[in-house]
Design a protein around this ligand. Structure first.
Ligand SMILES: Cc1cc2nc3c(=O)[nH]c(=O)nc-3n(C[C@H](O)[C@H](O)[C@H](O)COP(=O)(O)O)c2cc1C
Length: 261
């Protein structure tokens, strides 16, 4: 009988321990995958309801989300298009056919999908009460992911939120603080000529600034993150992203436009 301390026995025992651990870890990874996906979905739904201003702690998320319609928008035309339910714009951006490389890239995202998603929140009368756009772009250290909520006029900001970023807590990380996010409410994205006019400035917007409705205070000590948010919002509401779509919605909202949303 081989000695318990022999090299062969040591290797055999090590191998068995590794095998058992590998089985435990891979079983856990596979069995938890669905729960993780479910958590991710709920986290996203919570963020969308929060930025829409209808989230309450403990609410039934899937029931509340029935008021939210997910639509797909072709950026170039601004028209709605049909896509499969599992369409993922982030993955599409990386695809050679479904995405494109940005030569001018103010948001620091390198590639963008040709088709994006919007979330339309409906009120009790089934009218669209919020248009929610997913937005992302680079700050100082990280890509910041968030949502921009607009009033049905497709111009007035109803809210902004960031749910994922790696900016410094207390500096750029304050983009996730309600105190700063509230400064966006009521600001207007476009000027009278339909040009993107919204901008985050360094420091506070002067009381007498003529364009106050298009200006948001920058975060103190975090000008680079603030400028990153400014650039990413301007990019996503601009002509290469949701601009043509929002332009169409604004025109349809005018008294002589039709309003099929
Ligand atoms: C440890 C450390 C972390 C920082 N984190 C951020 C940050 O998250 N966002 C940011 O814009 N600036 C950050 N800064 C500051 C920038 O380097 C830069 O000084 C600042 O953006 C300039 O803004 P200000 O002109 O408002 O001071 C950090 C600086 C240090 C030393």
């Amino acid at each position: 009988m081989a000695s318990r301390d022999s090299i062969a026995n040591t290797l055999r025992v090590s191998f068995m321990v590794c095998l058992v651990c590998a089985i435990v870890v891979s079983t856990a990874a596979v069995s938890l995958r669905e729960a993780q996906q479910q958590n991710r979905l709920q986290f996203r739904q919570t963020n969308i309801l929060q930025v829409a201003g209808i989230y309450e702690p403990g609410m039934d998320l899937s029931a509340a989300f029935e008021r939210v319609e997910r639509r797909f928008v072709e950026f170039e035309s601004g028209n709605y298009v049909d896509m499969p339910d599992d369409y993922d714009p982030v993955r599409a951006a990386r695809d050679p056919e479904m995405g494109r490389t940005l030569e001018r890239d103010p948001a620091g995202i390198r590639r963008q999908p040709k088709v994006g998603e919007v979330f339309l929140v409906r009120d009790e009368a089934d009218e669209v009460s919020r248009i929610i756009l997913p937005v992302h772009g680079y700050g100082l250290w990280s890509t910041m992911y968030g949502f921009l909520a607009l009033e049905p006029d497709a111009n007035t900001v109803a809210g902004i939120s960031f749910y994922e970023h790696g900016e410094t807590p207390g500096l750029g990380g304050d983009i996730e603080k309600p105190r700063w996010q509230q400064l966006w409410e009521g600001k207007r994205l476009y000027d009278e000529d339909g040009e993107v006019a919204i901008r985050v400035v360094k420091g506070a917007v002067p009381e007498d600034a003529p364009n106050r409705e298009h200006r948001v205070d920058g975060l103190t000590g975090a000008t680079i993150t603030s400028e990153g948010v400014s650039q990413l919002v301007r990019f996503w509401v601009g002509e290469r992203a949701f601009g043509p779509y929002l332009d169409r919605v604004r025109k349809e909202n005018q008294p002589d436009g039709n309003s099929d949303g």
